[in-house]
Design a protein around this ligand. Structure first.
Ligand code: G
Ligand code: G
Ligand code: NA
Ligand code: MN
Length: 255
């Protein structure tokens, strides 16, 4: 398949770019950190969404190289931003880890090497894993997560609420945070969404982990999060994902 062939050269040809989306506190909209999101700047087709090529890369195994590239690039960038101002020291960088990458035996060692090479403090790094990734092989997952946690890295469950993880697993996994899936936010105050958001926030608090809402686009959605006591949020309302230059200009230089 052509996409697969072109994707193989994309890392080598430096066609992949990492974009960053701010994560802010719900109360004050204070900047807390960023999520790294990969983009493919195709030579003829322009920007291709990861929604299109990540599933292909996951299937072919290319996701491991891509994921390693994104992780290293994001850590390197975070160190640069933290050095630009002493006020930036607390900012965190969240990086998505796909199922295949999470199952690869070299993940823990690779993350260790990246922290070593870039000089990023482990407390500044969060890894985002979906419920389905974690549930694939719970026993192995716990071991890998523990290896990451021992380094001081934090683990966040992405797209929370859409998978099928049971509460007992959520308690057994050494996780640090839940990210509420944007489908529960975008529905706004309609249907069961406010109750679901409140329930996830309450669950997070009861097991002592942080909670982030994604896909926040409108004021009413933010009000819902305030009412539910959700601590942090991310979405187009605050900023869409931006490239390094724009993030530096809009969020780093004027801190
Ligand atoms: O940024 P955007 O909303 O277009 O991303 C679409 C999908 O691609 C999302 O599900 C997102 O989690 C995924 N994605 C974006 N960047 C990465 C990445 O670096 N690694 C992995 N595994 N998935 C990513
Ligand atoms: O699966 P994951 O949670 O990593 O997905 C992140 C994706 O969500 C990115 O592709 C990003 O571009 C997208 N995204 C971020 N904020 C918003 C938003 O406010 N609304 C919508 N519809 N998508 C968003
Ligand atoms: Na994510
Ligand atoms: Mn998500």
């Amino acid at each position: 398949n052509e996409l697969e062939r072109e994707l193989r050269d994309a890392v080598f040809n430096e066609e992949l770019a990492v974009y960053y989306q701010p994560i802010v506190s719900v109360r004050e909209a204070a900047l807390l950190g960023f999520e790294a999101l990969v983009r493919w700047n195709h030579p003829t087709q322009g920007l291709i969404s990861p929604a299109e090529f990540i599933p292909v890369a996951e299937e072919t195994g290319q996701i491991v190289d891509i994921g390693e590239y994104v992780l290293k690039e994001a850590c390197r960038q975070m160190v640069k931003w933290q050095k630009l101002s002493t006020n930036n020291g607390h900012l965190t960088i969240s990086v998505n880890v796909s199922a295949k990458q999470f199952q690869s035996s070299r993940l823990v060692k690779f993350v260790e090497e990246v922290l070593d090479e870039t000089g990023l403090a482990p407390e500044s790094l969060k890894l985002e894993l979906t419920e389905s990734t974690l549930m694939r092989n719970a026993r192995t997952s716990i071991r890998t997560m523990q290896g990451l946690k021992d380094m001081g890295i934090r683990i966040v469950v992405d797209d929370f609420g859409t998978g099928y993880s049971s509460l007992s697993y959520i308690q057994r996994f050494p996780i640090d945070g839940l990210k509420i899936d944007r489908s529960f936010i975008s529905g706004g105050a309609q249907k069961e969404n406010p109750k679901i958001v409140q329930t996830i926030v309450a669950l997070a608090k009861s097991i002592g982990v942080e909670v982030v809402a994604e896909g926040v686009e409108e004021q009413v959605q933010l009000e819902l999060l305030k009412a539910a006591n959700c601590e942090s949020a991310q979405g187009f309302m605050f900023s869409k994902p931006l490239d390094e230059k724009e993030i530096t200009r809009q969020f780093i230089m004027d801190l």
